[in-house]
Design a protein around this ligand. Sequence first.
Ligand SMILES: C[S@@+](CC[C@H](N)C(=O)[O-])C[C@H]1O[C@@H](n2cnc3c(N)ncnc32)[C@H](O)[C@@H]1O
Ligand SMILES: [Mg+2]
Length: 262
Amino acid sequence: MLESSSVLLFIVFVLLFILLLFVVLIRTNGTAALIWHELIKEKITNFIMNQSKEQRILNFVLQNAVRGDPRSVMETIDKYCSEKEWAMNVGDVKGVILDKTVEEINPSIALELGTYCGYSAVRIARLLKAGACLLTVEFNPEFAAIAKQMIEFAGVQDKVKLLQGPSEVIIPQLKKKYEVDTLDFVFLDHWKDRYAPDTILLQECSLLRKGSVLLADNIIFPGAPEFIKYIRNNPRFQCSTYPSHLEYMKVQDAMEKAVFLG
Ligand SMILES: C[S@@+](CC[C@H](N)C(=O)[O-])C[C@H]1O[C@@H](n2cnc3c(N)ncnc32)[C@H](O)[C@@H]1O
Ligand SMILES: [Mg+2]
């Protein structure tokens, strides 16, 4: 009897230890965390609620944020994504690096690659001067529809043009179709394997001028090694790195700023 209860106790102890290990792992290891949040937890919640995570983020904003107040929208998204469900917004910590870069450049025309739910679009747009414009590119129609409502709710729709389609198709159309001369600022935050080819495409399409600034998110996690190799070894760019953390996590990440020297 004593023997079987100590075996049971041992099993419970081992299971608790595994659970603890799992919790520590998903808090400190980016890959484990993304597998848990994006592949397991999100899919189960979507199935139970018959709704996407992005729709839940939008609903939370519509119910809890102040209409026409971009800061309130940003804070409400950050609250939801840090307390309830992780999502790939640039987030409040790296968001400060983004804010400082935008404020320093004071762009007339900015481009964002990767809109998702519109968090960083709202973040950038709220800092733009009168008459300035942010073009933001998203190829997922469901995300684009969510972002459109988010941008309108935040009241920054007059400063943001949402372009739906793949970056590699939209970039070559920017001059003729969207009357862009050159870009003052580009925020790269789409799929990481597109950072390098799209940076090359921006140059081939003559969209960068001397002093144009690129800011790339997630250069450590998930990482953009091809882009980092390209940009840091290119005499036409002057680079600096801003160490930080992955959005809503303790996982190490960084942003790369690259100034085009012409
Ligand atoms: C990390 S999320 C963007 C997050 C957003 N910048 C923010 O901080 O709120 C990346 C987004 O880029 C989109 N995306 C990825 N590759 C793309 C491409 N080649 N063209 C357009 N959109 C792309 C994805 O669908 C996804 O919504
Ligand atoms: Mg990012």
